[in-house]
Design a protein around this ligand. Structure first.
Ligand SMILES: *[C@@H]1O[C@H](CO)[C@@H](O)[C@H](O)[C@H]1NC(C)=O
Ligand SMILES: *[C@@H]1O[C@H](CO)[C@@H](O)[C@H](O)[C@H]1NC(C)=O
Ligand SMILES: *[C@@H]1O[C@H](CO)[C@@H](O)[C@H](O)[C@H]1NC(C)=O
Ligand SMILES: [Fe+2]
Length: 427
C-alpha cells in the first residue's frame, strides 16, 4: 500500500463490489490459473484506471531487436565481443527500449519455449513511456550506470552488481543517469526460480531473504493523449497511446512481482579439498525446462572467493558442453582470461564448441605453488547457460562491429607437453 492511502487494500476479499478510494481492481496472472500451488503466480492491483483504457496498438520499428534466428548462417566458432558501444547523447537520444539490441537466442515466443540475449545501451530516460514484455521475463544485469525502474508495483534502483527481474507483462519505465549499458536474459514460457539445494541443505547460494520487492507507489497523472505503452508481442514491438500514467497502482498484493538481488549476498560454495566442482554451484536463478534438471537458462555468477583446492588445476577446466554458454563481465578481470575479455563485452561458446583457459592462465596455474589464494577479487563475471542452441543475430555478427576476430588466437600458444618417457615415480 502506498502510505498516502492507508487502507487501500480491500480487506477479506480480492474483488469487492466497490474498492476503497474508488480504485479499480485488476488481476495480473503470471501462471495458468490451474498451475500447482507452488508454481501459481498472480497479483491483484488496485489502480486509478484499469490498463484496458488505451487506444489501439500499432506496429513500431524494432530497430536492432530481433527474434529471427535465421538472419545469418550458423557459426560454431568461439565468439567474443569487445565492449558494446554506447550511443552518445550528443548523437541521438537513445532510451532503454530504443537501445535494445538482440545478440543471440533460440526458440520462440509463440510456442512459449525459448531464450534471447539482448544488450541495452542508452543515455536517455524513458519519458511518458513504459514497456511491457508480453513474450517473457527479462533478467536485467546492469553493467554500467544505475537504472531507476518504475514499475506498476513501485520503484527499484538497480546498480551494477545487482540484478533485477521484470516478469512477463509487468509494465515498467527506465530512468538513466549517464551512459548506461547492461545485459538482458529473456526467457519465454517460464519464470526464474531459486535452484534446489539438495545435499547443500537449507542455506547457501542465493538466499530467499535477500531478494527485494518494491512497495506500492502511484502517480495520478493525466497527460493529454501522449502516454506511450510499448508492447513486445510475438517478438515485435507495438505502441499505443493513453491519457494517463500507468503507474497508478495505489495498493497491490500477491506473489507475482518484480524483484532485485544484490550479487554480493551470494553465499559461494566450492571445493575445499581437491578437484573441480561444476559451475552449477554458482547458480543464482534458474528458468527450468520441462525436462528434469535441464534449464531453458541458468543465471550463474563467478564472485570473489578463496581458491584452496590442493594438487588441482584450479581455473575453469577445458570443456565441451551440450549447453550454450554466454558470458559477460560486470567489472574486473576474469581469471581464466585476463586479456581480451573486458567489462561490457561478452563471449559465446556454443553447443560442443571447445573452450577453456588461455595459454597464459594454463602456464601460470599448472606450475604455481598452490596455497589459499583470492580469486576474482574486484571482479564479477556471469554466465547465461542454456540448453538451447542459440543463433547469433546479424546485429551480433555484423552490425555491432564489436566481434573480436582474433579470439581463437588466445589458445594458439598452448604447447604439447607430452613426454612418452615420463615415469610416474619421477613426476
Ligand atoms: C543498430 O545498432 C547499430 C550499432 O550498434 C547502431 O549504430 C544503430 O543506430 C542501431 N539501429 C537502430 C535503429 O537503433
Ligand atoms: C549522456 O551523455 C552525455 C555525454 O557523455 C552526458 O553529458 C549526459 O549527461 C548524458 N545524459 C544523461 C541523461 O545522463
Ligand atoms: C591462475 O592464472 C590466473 C590468470 O593468469 C592468475 O590470475 C592466477 O593468479 C593464477 N593462479 C595461480 C595459483 O597460479
Ligand atoms: Fe564451459
Amino acid at each position: 500500500v502506498d502510505p498516502r492511502c492507508p487502507g487501500a487494500l480491500p480487506e477479506g476479499q480480492n474483488n469487492p463490489q466497490i474498492c476503497p478510494y474508488g480504485l479499480y481492481s485488476e488481476q495480473l496472472s503470471g501462471s495458468a490459473f490451474t498451475c500447482p500451488r507452488a508454481a501459481n503466480k498472480r497479483s491483484w492491483l488496485y489502480r486509478i484506471l484499469p490498463s484496458v483504457r488505451h487506444k489501439p496498438f500499432t506496429p513500431l520499428s524494432c530497430g536492432n531487436l530481433s527474434d529471427n534466428w535465421n538472419e545469418v548462417e550458423p557459426d560454431p566458432n568461439q565468439l567474443r565481443w569487445k565492449p558494446f558501444t554506447i550511443t552518445k547523447a550528443s548523437e541521438k537520444k537513445v532510451d532503454f527500449v530504443s537501445g535494445l539490441r538482440t545478440l543471440c537466442g533460440a526458440g520462440d515466443a509463440k510456442s512459449r519455449n525459448g531464450i534471447a540475449v539482448h544488450i541495452y545501451t542508452c543515455n536517455a530516460s524513458m519519458l511518458d513511456k513504459c514497456f511491457q514484455n508480453s513474450d517473457g521475463d527479462f533478467l536485467i544485469v546492469p553493467q554500467q550506470g544505475e537504472i531507476l525502474i518504475t514499475t506498476e508495483f513501485g520503484k527499484m534502483m538497480v546498480e551494477p552488481n545487482e540484478i533485477c527481474v521484470l516478469q512477463q507483462g509487468m509494465r515498467f519505465s527506465v530512468d538513466v543517469f549517464g551512459e548506461t549499458r547492461g545485459y538482458i536474459l529473456e526467457v519465454y514460457g517460464t519464470h526464474f526460480e531459486l535452484p534446489d539445494l539438495g545435499p547443500i541443505g537449507a542455506n547457501g547460494l542465493a538466499n530467499p531473504r535477500d531478494f527485494q520487492v518494491p512497495v506500492a507507489w502511484f502517480e495520478d497523472r493525466t497527460v493529454g493523449t501522449t502516454y506511450t505503452v510499448i508492447n513486445k508481442y510475438q517478438g515485435k514491438l507495438f505502441s499505443c497511446q493513453q491519457e494517463f500514467s500507468p503507474f497508478n497502482v495505489v495498493a497491490w498484493h500477491g506473489n507475482y512481482t518484480p524483484y532485485k538481488y544484490n550479487l554480493e549476498n551470494f553465499m559461494v560454495i566450492n571445493c575445499v579439498a581437491f578437484d573441480h566442482a561444476d559451475p552449477s554451484i554458482f547458480t543464482v536463478l534458474t528458468a527450468k525446462s520441462t525436462r528434469p534438471g535441464v534449464a531453458i537458462a541458468d543465471f550463474v555468477i563467478f564472485p570473489p572467493r578463496w581458491g584452496v583446492a590442493e594438487h588441482t588445476f584450479r581455473p575453469p577446466y577445458y570443456h565441451r558442453n551440450c549447453m550454450s554458454e554466454f558470458m559477460g563481465l560486470i567489472k574486473g578481470q576474469y581469471e581464466a582470461k585476463e586479456e581480451g575479455f573486458q567489462p561490457g563485452g561478452g563471449s559465446l561458446h556454443s553447443i560442443m564448441t571447445p573452450h577453456g583457459p588461455d595459454a597464459d592462465c594454463f602456464d601460470k596455474n599448472s606450475t604455481a605453488n598452490l596455497q589459499p589464494e583470492r580469486v576474482a577479487e574486484g571482479t564479477m563475471a556471469f554466465m547465461f547457460e542454456s540448453s538451447f542452441s542459440m543463433a547469433v543475430t546479424k546485429w551480433g555478427l555484423e552490425t555491432c562491429q564489436r566481434l573480436d576476430k582474433n579470439y581463437y588466437k588466445c589458445w594458439e600458444p598452448l604447447r604439447n607437453h607430452f613426454n612418452p618417457n615420463w615415469a610416474p615415480d619421477r613426476k
